[in-house]
Design a protein around this ligand. Structure first.
Ligand SMILES: [Zn+2]
Length: 148
């Protein structure tokens, strides 16, 4: 099996496919037979307990999910930010070394910010998510969860 994680925007949640509860933090479990299940954290934990994952594997998988959460947060932050000032007031450093004045650091201009946003959203984050996703597929391919 392998797992995906993402958070849905406010008022855009879905029902857990395992218990029916409204959820925004979605774990998608992909089973080896091609079947997949979108569920919330409680059902995810319950189903993982029924799997044959080792204690070590469980810890490792938690770390990988944490990374997926981080990248997902990064994605929603960068999607929300429209100016470098907005990003900075949220704690995302927007200073760069001025190409014309080496050693002088200044805040990104609007167009530099937009270029960075484009890169982060369309290049960096998808790349990192892909990397973690392939690691999960590789490391947990022998983990199975019984399901109906
Ligand atoms: Zn559930």
């Amino acid at each position: 099996m392998w797992v995906e994680y993402y958070q849905l925007p406010k008022n855009a949640g879905i029902c857990c496919e395992h218990c029916g509860t409204y959820i925004r933090n979605v774990f998608t479990i992909h089973f080896d037979d091609g079947f997949s299940l979108k569920c919330g954290v409680e059902c995810y934990n319950k189903l993982m307990k029924q799997s044959n994952i080792s204690q070590y594997g469980e810890k490792l998988l938690k770390k990988k999910i944490k990374l997926l959460k981080l990248y997902d947060e990064m994605r929603s932050n960068w999607t929300r930010w429209n100016t470098p000032e907005e990003a900075e007031s949220d704690g995302c450093f927007q200073r760069i070394e001025d190409p014309e004045k080496p050693g002088f650091w200044r805040i990104r201009t609007q167009s530099e910010f937009e270029e960075e946003k484009e890169f982060v959203l369309n290049d960096l984050i998808p790349y990192r998510i892909n990397l973690v996703q392939s690691e999960i597929k590789e490391k947990f391919k022998r983990v199975t969860i019984p399901h109906e």
